[in-house]
Ligand binder design. Sequence first.
Ligand code: HEC
Length: 136
Amino acid sequence: MKNSNRLAAVIITALIFIAANVAMAQKAGGAWNIPANYKTKKSTVKAGDPSINTVGKDLFAKHCKSCHGAKGLGDGPKSATLKTIVPSFATSKFKAQTDGEVYFQAIVGRDEMPNFEKKITDDADKWAVIAYIKSL
Ligand code: HEC
């Protein structure tokens, strides 16, 4: 009787563990549906602009690093608490996107990717942080 109780306890513990892991599994966000008026937006911050590694870097540290990680690999401390996988900026697929596509993702966002329209209001600041993440 004692042994079978112990076995039952082990089985129940294992089932709870499996169920918790299934419930917590993160999902990839999937393709973005970028509105046409965003796709064609052009950055006002050119490659090599000094604002990228000053303003852009500071804004990233303040608003983005907690989820996206210091190097933009998607491994910030908050990333593990989300249902959606935080994607890496260090892929050629990410960098191949137009400025306007990244603008929509970074500033408008969706679901667990927050909206920054009210937190980063200056246009040049928005483009500086966008250029910064594309440089990671
Ligand atoms: C609370 C966590 C969190 C914060 C803070 C955050 N992000 Fe995100 N970000 C996400 C998640 C999660 C996704 C994936 C969303 C999806 O696919 O639905 C994402 C996706 C993105 C993408 C799209 C990447 C791709 O390849 O699909 C960009 C660009 C982006 N974030 C930029 C930023 C910038 C810039 C900031 C700061 C101004 C920021 N994020 C702050 C969680 C965050």
